[in-house]
Design a protein around this ligand. Structure first.
Ligand code: HEM
Length: 75
């Protein structure tokens, strides 16, 4: 949580913004975001890259991805 907050930009984008961007993709987005969490990435939100999180297991990443997607605003 040093880099992300639920509803405000910190180093990384807010989790609600991530949820809103990907919610239309449905269940496939859980796997996509789980990979994003473990591999990190750059250029999708801004100039600052996210480092890979190899200490996060696939199972943990999947759980976090599901939780993030659950934060999407209802509309
Ligand atoms: C387990 C911890 C973390 C989780 C669950 C997480 C989750 C995410 C997710 C789901 C995305 C969106 C990826 C996409 O659009 O495909 C993202 C992007 C990002 N995260 Fe994290 N993150 C974590 C740790 C961190 C850390 C430690 C940092 C900072 C050192 C960070 C900084 C960023 C940044 C800068 C982006 C935007 C990257 C881009 O523009 O492509 N994140 N994160």
């Amino acid at each position: 949580m040093g880099c992300h907050q639920v509803d405000r930009t910190r180093v990384g984008p807010p989790f609600v913004a991530i949820a809103d961007r990907y919610k239309a993709g449905g269940d496939e987005m859980v796997g996509y975001l789980a990979n994003s969490i473990r591999n990190g990435g750059r250029g999708r939100w801004g100039a600052v890259p996210m480092p890979a999180q190899p200490q996060v297991t696939e199972e943990e990443a999947t759980a976090m991805a599901s939780w993030i997607l659950s934060l999407a605003s209802q509309q």
